[in-house]
Design a protein around this ligand. Structure first.
Ligand code: SOE
Length: 392
């Protein structure tokens, strides 16, 4: 029986549920040096967290994250809370010698992200590991895309084209939930879904975003306050409204460190698009294209083929030699969104078990935060804005 990795998770909404599914399954599908133990789930509501523990499969529950991070029967803190609490929880957990997994984006400000990255750098000297939860890196087709770029299959990268399209707040009567309040979420579509395409494109290309020219828009500036009795997802009685203080959409041009040019679009107003994450790379020898709505496929155009034979081919990324896929089902049996979190926990547990640094690190996540900040600055100034580089 492997040594246990005793997990305490803070937050139990959408990400908490996705992480719980991953903690529950990871050791059943991957041979790992440590066995995850779903020890404690933490949340503000005593009734809510008790129900979550029962539903999601946690051994116990608490409402006190400060006590949780200090417990000597906990090895790792998994942060699944809104962005305004990431820094204080992660800093306390690292100081207490706990490994940390923190959902994206790392923080609500660059200052917080810098502090978290610095604390993680100190903690790693004591063998304490930290990772940020950019789960889309762990779609097998995305990892295959990265490997093909690294192997030179598309040659010199010229264009990066990235979109993350949702539409869950197109209805103006959708209430003012925490994701629409800057003091809680830090930003809107930009930090929530723009962060994913920023991290993903930097990851698959091996290039960092060096400068940006951006615009942001908030289409609906006032929304009904959520009624406390019916929870944040249901509108109140409509008589009280609050100001939306974040972007509904963020669009930006970018130059990457290796010379490629790029376009990014993150919006919650792409009516009809539910979770449309797409990345296309165009190079001197070919192109690669990924669409999360077809997450088990990767499109590849090989311009080195005889001209008469060229075209976008559809690689079905379900073979055992494809990233992560040997652990699952026979070829041709697709996997889903939730598997990306299991892959995330697999890589984290493996790194902790062998004493290595998991990726993306808090420094990688700080680099994303610097892009988010540069986009906000550029949108405010209508000027091209350089991005500070912290990753060599
Ligand atoms: C909401 O936009 C959200 O839940 C994001 O926060 C997640 O990171 C994304 O994977 C799905 O949409």
């Amino acid at each position: 029986m492997s040594e246990q990795l005793r997990v305490g998770m803070v937050g139990y909404a959408f990400m908490g549920a996705a992480h719980s599914q991953a903690w529950r399954t990871v050791n059943h599908f991957f041979d790992l040096p440590l066995a995850a133990r779903m020890s404690v789930v933490c949340g503000r509501s005593p009734e809510g967290v008790a129900a979550a523990a029962a539903k999601l499969g946690w051994e116990s529950h608490t409402t006190d994250w400060r006590a949780l991070v200090e417990r000597d029967d906990i090895d790792l803190i998994d942060i699944c809370t809104p962005g305004d609490t990431h820094a204080e929880i992660a800093l306390a957990a690292l100081a207490a010698g706990k490994h940390v997994l923190c959902e994206k984006p790392l923080a609500n400000t660059v200052a917080e992200a810098r502090e978290m990255a610095a604390a993680a750098a100190v903690a790693r000297t004591h063998g304490v590991r930290a990772m940020c939860g950019f789960n889309y890196r762990r779609v097998p087709a995305v990892e295959l895309m990265r490997r093909m770029v690294a192997d030179g299959r598309i040659g010199v990268l010229r264009h990066v084209r990235a979109q993350y399209l949702q539409d869950w707040i197109v209805d103006p009567s959708f209430p003012l939930v925490w994701r629409l309040r800057k003091e809680v979420a830090g930003s809107g579509a930009l930090g929530d879904i723009g962060a994913h395409i920023i991290d993903m494109t930097q990851y698959v290309t091996g290039q960092s975003i060096a400068s940006v020219s951006a615009l942001t828009e908030t289409f609906v500036r006032s929304r009904p306050l959520p009624s406390a009795s019916s929870g944040l997802s249901a509108a109140g009685d409509g008589t009280e409204f609050g100001e939306v203080t974040v972007d509904d959409a963020a669009l930006f041009l970018a130059r990457l460190s290796g010379g490629a040019v790029a376009t990014y679009e993150a919006t919650r107003f792409a009516t009809g698009r539910k979770n449309g994450l797409r990345v296309e790379l165009n190079g001197s020898l070919g192109s690669l294209a990924f669409d999360f709505e077809r997450m088990n496929e990767l499109s590849f155009h090989d311009a080195t083929l005889p001209e008469a034979e060229r075209g976008f081919t559809r690689i079905l990324v379900t073979e055992p030699m494809h990233p992560y896929m040997a652990a699952w089902w026979p070829a041709g049996h697709p996997i889903g969104y939730e598997h990306t979190f299991t892959h995330e926990m697999r890589d984290l547990i493996e790194a902790i078990g062998v004493g290595a640094d998991p990726a993306p690190s808090f420094s990688d996540a700080l680099q994303v935060q610097l892009v988010l900040d540069a986009v906000s600055q550029s949108a405010a100034s209508a000027q091209w804005t350089k991005v500070e580089q912290v990753i060599e």
